[in-house]
Structures are given as C-alpha cells and as structure tokens.
Design a binder for this molecule. Structure first.
Ligand code: MN3
Length: 199
C-alpha cells in the first residue's frame, strides 16, 4: 500500500484555544504530509511494498531506519488526529474507565501516569496508554516509535515533539499534556481501540 494524508476529522480551528489553527496547519498539513511523502519514496523497492501499514512499521523497526521513522510517524499521526476532538476530555466510557481502574488503581492515577510519561520523555517522542498482556499501562517512546514495536497495542497517544505544542505552549510541555487530557481527548476513539485490542 502507499501512504496517504487523511483529512483532519475537524476544522483546523476546532481545537482552539487548546491547540491553535496555526499548530494544526503546520503539524497536519506540513509535518504529517512530509512523513507520507518521504515514507512513500523510501517504501519503493523494499520487501514491505504492498504490506499493511502495521506490517511495515513492525517489519522495518531496527532494519530500515529511514522507512521506519516515516512509516512509524505516519501510523502515530493517523491515530493522533482521531485521539482529539472539539470539547474533548470529559466522560470516559465505562469499559475504559474500568480498565484504567484495574491497571492504575484510579482514573486520576492513570491520567497522572500518562502525563508523567509524556513529560519525562527526553526530547522528541510520544506518551502512551497501551494494552500489554491484557492490562492498560503507561509508556513513553522516542521519535517515531510506538507501543506497537514494544509488544503492546496503543489505545491513546500524545505527540510530545515540539512541533505539537511549541506555538501554543512554548516550553510548557506539562501544560500542553494537561490540556490534552482534560480538554482534547476523544475517549470514544480510545474505547474503540481498547475493544479491538482486548477482544
Ligand atoms: Mn507530530
């Protein structure tokens, strides 16, 4: 398959004031597009041409750094746009709420550990909630990596590359993460991925 840039599932200004139109114009229209274009060029002539995105991400990890970085970031961003919505945050669907209590002791602790993962990822990368061995855990990964290449299935991820928050939050990454959790997360999409990961 070849990679294509999806449309954002909302208008560029729909996440304001938590994420600006300018951030999404750069992040989606330019950064994600570059991963798509570079990924397509690097995929040509490799053994992964014609494979699914997840197979490309897992297969190229540790074997073809250029392809992996771009395919991994394409995978991460495809989900990232859907992990946010206008008027996000708020009520967590029952099945996910139960899984967070099982995994962390409470929803508050789950949010805290997720924010801590994103805060302590040194340099560019991602913070995650992922299903590992049937339980939801918090993880962090550098650059374009994701739980997918570490034996787990991502159900929520937040981009902590500076391009995701520097226009709106400058160096205040923890404030961006707090706003992400409280005002941007699309928990219905998290629930969809959690159901798929645990069926
Ligand atoms: Mn990004």
């Amino acid at each position: 398959m070849s990679f294509t840039l999806p449309d954002l599932p909302y208008a560029h200004d729909a996440l304001q004031p938590f994420m600006s139109r300018e951030t999404l114009e750069y992040h989606h229209d330019k950064h994600h597009l570059a991963y798509v274009n570079n990924g397509n060029n690097l995929l040509k002539g490799t053994e992964w041409e014609g494979k699914s995105l997840e197979e490309i991400v897992k297969g190229s990890f540790g074997k073809n750094a250029g392809l992996f970085n771009n395919a991994g970031q394409h995978y991460n961003h495809l989900h990232f746009w859907k992990w946010m919505k206008p008027n996000g945050g708020g009520k967590i669907p029952g099945a996910v709420e139960k899984a967070l209590v099982d995994g962390f002791g409470s929803v508050e602790k789950a949010k805290e550990d997720f924010i801590a993962a994103g805060t302590t990822q040194f340099g560019s990368g991602w913070g995650w909630l992922a299903v590992k061995d049937g339980k939801v855990v918090a993880m962090k990964t550098p650059n374009g990596e994701s739980p997918l290449v570490h034996g787990a299935t991502p159900i929520l991820g937040v981009d902590v590359w500076e391009h995701s928050y520097y226009i709106d939050y400058r160096n205040r990454r923890p404030d961006y993460l707090k706003a992400f959790v409280e005002s941007m997360v699309n928990w219905d999409y998290v629930a969809e991925l959690y159901a798929a990961a645990t069926k």
